[in-house]
Design a protein around this ligand. Structure first.
Ligand SMILES: [Zn+2]
Length: 244
């Protein structure tokens, strides 16, 4: 096997080792239960906030409806007083006045029912608002606790994350450019790890499988592995190495 290629592949494998280590650390951080809890409580808090906004809107509409109703009652009452005090000359006029008084009385009683309904809805809205305030506050507190807990975890891992990131950055400069490009491409296609060992089984002694997708390699690739120490998998495109 070409010693230069071997060296380059070894450097790439070294790089990948650290890359895997860093990914594992980041996975621990991303899968932290406290982070999930933090996101959940943030969602609950936003829901409570939205509920409060809705309550505000409904409360505003109720206040307008209430003042309109108040105006309606005042007008009806004024008309009622006016009719009561008006003098009736004839029997027809008296009858007409009684009819109007009944109609105004009906309107006032209808308004009464509406007022009771508005009152009921106001109380409902106040209850909903109080509930939303309470759940919003609970969510806020739980969010803060989860955030602190998650930040603590991030802190314990941060030294290793920084060290590995710096080491990877350093190694990148010394890698073969084309190899690094292939590595990135494979990673981008979800083929990580990009460099895999050639594996073999007892039944297939001397014949190799891709250490990534596990499929048997054709004769041609087996020859390449033997002669140059590496080949590409025809199926998953990973770089397969057999350095010993
Ligand atoms: Zn493969």
């Amino acid at each position: 096997m070409d010693e230069n290629i071997k060296k380059e592949l070894q450097k790439l494998i070294e790089y990948q080792k650290k890359d895997i280590e860093l990914r594992k650390l980041n996975a621990v951080i991303e899968r932290d239960a406290a982070l999930a809890e933090k996101n959940k409580q943030e969602k609950l808090f936003n829901e409570a906030k939205q509920k409060l906004d809705e309550c505000e809107q409904i409360a505003g509409a109720l206040v307008s409806a209430y003042s309109e109703l108040q105006k309606y009652v005042n007008d009806a009452e004024a008309l009622f007083t006016e009719l009561e005090n008006a003098s009736a000359e004839t029997e027809e006029q008296l009858e007409e006045r009684i009819k109007k008084l009944e109609s105004v009385r009906g309107k006032i009683s209808g308004a009464d029912k509406k007022a009771v309904d508005l009152d009921k809805r106001s109380k409902e809205i106040n209850r909903t608002r109080a509930d939303a305030m309470k759940s919003g506050k609970t969510a806020q507190q739980r969010y803060r606790d989860a955030k602190d807990k998650h930040n603590d975890l991030v802190k314990t891992k941060s030294a290793d994350v920084s060290r590995l990131s710096a080491e990877l950055e350093n190694l990148r400069g010394s890698l073969d450019g084309n190899m690094l490009e292939e590595y990135k491409k494979l990673d981008g296609d979800g083929k990580f790890p990009a460099v895999v060992p050639a594996s073999t089984s007892d039944e297939r002694k001397g014949m190799y499988n891709c250490g990534g997708c596990g499929l048997n390699l054709p004769q041609q690739s087996n020859t390449l592995l033997r002669d140059q120490g590496w080949c590409r998998c025809d199926t998953c495109r990973r770089i397969i190495v057999k350095l010993k």
